[in-house]
Design a protein around this ligand. Sequence first.
Ligand code: CMX
Length: 467
Amino acid sequence: MFSRSSLVAKSLSRHVAAHQRRFASTKTIKEALGEVIPAKQARLRQFKAEHGQAVLGEVKVEHVIGGMRGLKAMLWESSVLDPMEASLIGIRFHGLTIPDCQKVLPAAPGGKEIIAESMLWLLLTGKVPTEAETRQLSRELAERGELPDYIVQLLDSLPTTLHPMTQLGMAVAALNKESAFAAAYERGIKKSEYWTYALEDSLNLLARLPAIAARIFRNVYAPEKPIASLDKDLDLVGNYVNMLGYGDNQDLTEYLRLYIAIHGDHEGGNASAHTAHLVGSTLSDPYLAYSAALFALAGPLHGLANQEVLRWQLNMQKEIGDNVSHDDIKEFLWRTLKSGQVVPGYGHGVLRNPDPRFIALQQFCETRPELLKDPVIQLVKKTYDVAPAVLKEHGKTKNPYPNVDAASGCVLYHYGLTQFKYYTVIFGVSRALGAITQLVWARALGLPIERPKSLSMDAMESIIKSS
Ligand code: CMX
């Protein structure tokens, strides 16, 4: 076993080595970030001084008892949702819609889809990376991507019956043993240096997620199968798909590149992003903060919905058979609703239109005729034809349209990744992009520990009486 300081020193020296090998005259992500942080710090200071007491909205009783839905109470820069904007423009990453990103963000060599690295660069710096910056970040992540031995031992010791998300959260939490942030905090560092250590941990975390996630897959679903080594010339998702054992499937690789990039950040209020932010605000290191986020993601109303969608669609197919009509689907939807269950993959806490990420994944399918012929993908499409009307008639959900999870799993299923209990792990690899962006910026901006005020029913009643 290694001590925390020797592990930190090892990781820092690896990082320096990566710097030395960098593409001539290309900025590293740390340098690019270092350039934009001072201006944003100054802007926030000025904003707080000038408008600290300005009112942004009201707090109603329904916010307090309704999961704070719609309450404006968090600073989150990297992405913004517009509930009403149609289809693909309902989400913007630093102002760029998904189609904008598809136009301007560099893809992998030989690929077409956005990749995690170019999306991370945009989220962190607010700028579109050059091709060389993207490649440099890919290489830096690949250099950082090997798992420490104790993580491999931990993963290999877990029962294969433990849900893959539980395994992922445990391994990510255990990485805190070598946290640069925690070690530096213990030594005593200035607040102004926090972000550099948070970035160091965050990049190591992201870089190692594919190897952790692939080892979980191997242990649970493909025991004894060798795991491919990291290729320093491949992007993060290219390496992930290789390690999963599907590296020869270019279409799956491209699909996962797109899925992981566009699923990475979705404002700050969703349960996983918010959990990472809350836990990080206590100055827990990025590993602990993101591990907590993963356990929020593991709930069926949030990230686990992608496994639930597929289970639900396959049950439908099993019950009704291959020739499913729209009327059959309507009847199945009503049966689900009348039994008190939610229709997985439909509804959203913020969006009030079809999820832009759902549309982007549908478009991916539309460019590939073999996907359109797949019975499960056809079932998803047919369900989309009728579900909004059924949910409207049911009259409960504020958003009767599909969210991203309605489509994500069926494409994986088509490509042979049929182990749907694993799907949320892929979401977990993706969601790190937004969570680590916020963890680094929260430290750069000196955001405080979160501590909203809770109220008892008595307290609310007395506030209402006295007003
Ligand atoms: N099927 C049936 N009922 C639904 C529903 C659905 N798909 N979506 C919402 N409702 C119900 C809610 O359960 C709630 O019922 P109660 O009043 O009895 O509690 C009512 O409609 C109002 O809910 P809402 O305000 O429209 O939705 P919320 O903001 O409370 O919840 C979400 C949002 C996503 C949790 C919910 O739509 C849902 O459970 N969807 C199915 C699960 C799912 O697909 N989750 C993935 C979301 C994307 C992600 O986070 O990854």
